[in-house]
Structure formats: C-alpha cells, structure tokens
Design a protein around this ligand. Sequence first.
Ligand code: BJW
Ligand code: ZN
Length: 255
Amino acid sequence: MKSAKRRAPHLPVGEEAAARLRAAHRVVALTGAGVSAESGVPTFRGPEGLWREFRPEDLATPDAFARDPKLVWEWYAWRRERVAGCRPNAAHRALAALDKRAPDFLLATQNVDGLHALAGSRRMVELHGSLWRVRCTGCGHVGGDRSPFAEIPPRCECGALLRPDVVWFGEALPTHILERAFAAAREAEVVLVAGTSSLVYPAAAVPEAALWAGAFVIEVNPEPTPLSAKASLSIRGRAAEVLPMLVGEGAEVFH
Ligand code: BJW
Ligand code: ZN
C-alpha cells in the first residue's frame, strides 16, 4: 500500500510537500518548459512562448517539416542559439539534489534543452528527445552536435536532410523511455510535477497514472493547469523559487 493520497490539513502546503518528499523512497519528477523559463529558455505556450507568428503545433510536426524544412530548421537553429547561452537555474539544481538524495528516483523531462543533465541529474529520461541531437531522414544516423550549422537545412553525409532528434506532434515517443516513465510513476510514492501546462499527451498522463496507483502528486506552477484540480497538492509559484524550498533540509523555510 502506498502513502495515503489525502493531504494532512494541519500542515501548510509547502511544508507538507517537503515532508512528503523527504519521507518517500520512490520519487518521480516530471518537468516541462516552465522549469527552464528562469534560465531564459522561452516556454511554448503563453505570451512569452511565441516565435514569429507560429505556434508549436504549427512547427513541431512532421507535416511542417515536409512542407518547409528551412522554416522548421530556422526555428530550431534560433532555439539552439538561445539555449546555448542559458545555464541551469535553482530548480534544475534542486532536482539534481533530489536525484542524489532519494533512494529510488527518476526525472522524466519533456524539455529538450539539456539543462537538467548540465545541473547534474543522472537518473533521467528525455521524453521528447534533445535539441542537441540530429537524425538523418535518409540513413537514420543519429549524431550530436552543438555547433551552428554550415547550411540550413543541414544535410547528412549521405545527402539526405537531417532533422532534430525530437518528438513532434503525431509521432510516438520512444517506447522504452515512455515505459520507464510510466513504470516509475506507477511505483512512486511521490510525483513532483513542475513547469508544465499538462496539455500534451502522453507526458500529461504520467501523473494521472501515478494518481491512479495511489501516489501523492505535487504540482508546482504559477498558473493553474488541467492537473491542478486532480493533484494531491498544487503549489502556485515559480519552479526556481519553490523547488529549492521543497528539497531543502528544513520545512521551516516555509514559515
Ligand atoms: C512556470 C514558470 C516558472 C512558466 N516556474 N512554471 C487530444 C487529446 C489527447 C491527445 C491528443 C489530442 N490531439 C492530439 C493529441 C496527441 C498530441 C497532444 O497531446 N496534443 C495536445 C496539444 C492536445 N500528442 C502527440 O502527438 C504526441 N505523440 C503521440 O500522441 O503519439 C501517438 C502515436 C502512437 C503511435 C504511433 C504514432 C503516434 C507527441 C507530443 C510531442 C510534443 N512535442 C513538443 C515539441 C518537442 C520538440 C521541441 O521542443 O521542439 O514537446 S510540443 C511542446 O509541448 C514540447 C513540450 O515538451 C510539450 C509540453 O509543453 P510544456 O513543457 O508543458 O510547456 P508549455 O509552454 O505548454 O507550458 C509551460 C508551463 O510552465 C505553463 O503551465 C506555465 O504556467 C509554466 N511556467 N513559468 C514554473 N518560472
Ligand atoms: Zn544520412
């Protein structure tokens, strides 16, 4: 039997979340773009999340790439350049500390920016791939390269177009990665969900599966999301501010 899902009414929410995380042996964290927002990485949705006049649903698709690979690559080249100048923030560091502390831990990130790994997270899966890898649409070769491309769209040595090694709308997430995230969520006592709009599936189903299995789900987001009403606790706040408090040694920081 997992820890009770119901919250303890005598404790302030932050204090209870910190206590739950401290007591848990099996912890999963699910992160989204909001965790990197305070590093200067733009989110996808919302007023800060736009690129020119395009929405992610118009660019992060195989159809968009087939129609106009140059436009799609310009977006990715712009993002690579922007993220290259960004550093992990206190939220990434808090999750790296949780990785070191929790006996059984998995970080499932939707982010493709690589900032969790840079902060020191090790037990981690990247659900939507990486901005820093490319995949050949012809021979399937996967490579990693952080340097700017000589030409846009970039091409493989075999002559075919390269694409970012990320998961676009309508594409399946890598099965082994998705299965690992769901298995960990179903086993977890506590699931911490930070900085995601909880709109994009199947990632948004990870905390739902955990709730079904009896886990205590803590959401951290300055805005309400579709998960907020279902979560065991929903904390309104910025990730770089709240996560260090949740992972910090003493719950007194909430007083
Ligand atoms: C802060 C903060 C601060 C701000 N601190 N927080 C209808 C129902 C259900 C599903 C579907 C449906 N119609 C279509 C689908 C499927 C579709 C989907 O979910 N669509 C929805 C939009 C409706 N999903 C898919 O297509 C997926 N594949 C799939 O389903 O495959 C099926 C299949 C099976 C077998 C064979 C073939 C197919 C794939 C989804 C891939 C998503 N890809 C992207 C791009 C990745 C590459 C790239 O980066 O370019 O992933 S889209 C984009 O959204 C990106 C993100 O990872 C993802 C999630 O966004 P995220 O991280 O939540 O960011 P935002 O911007 O949305 O939210 C930021 C949040 O942070 C906000 O809440 C802020 O408040 C908060 N915030 N500052 C904390 N300081
Ligand atoms: Zn090739």
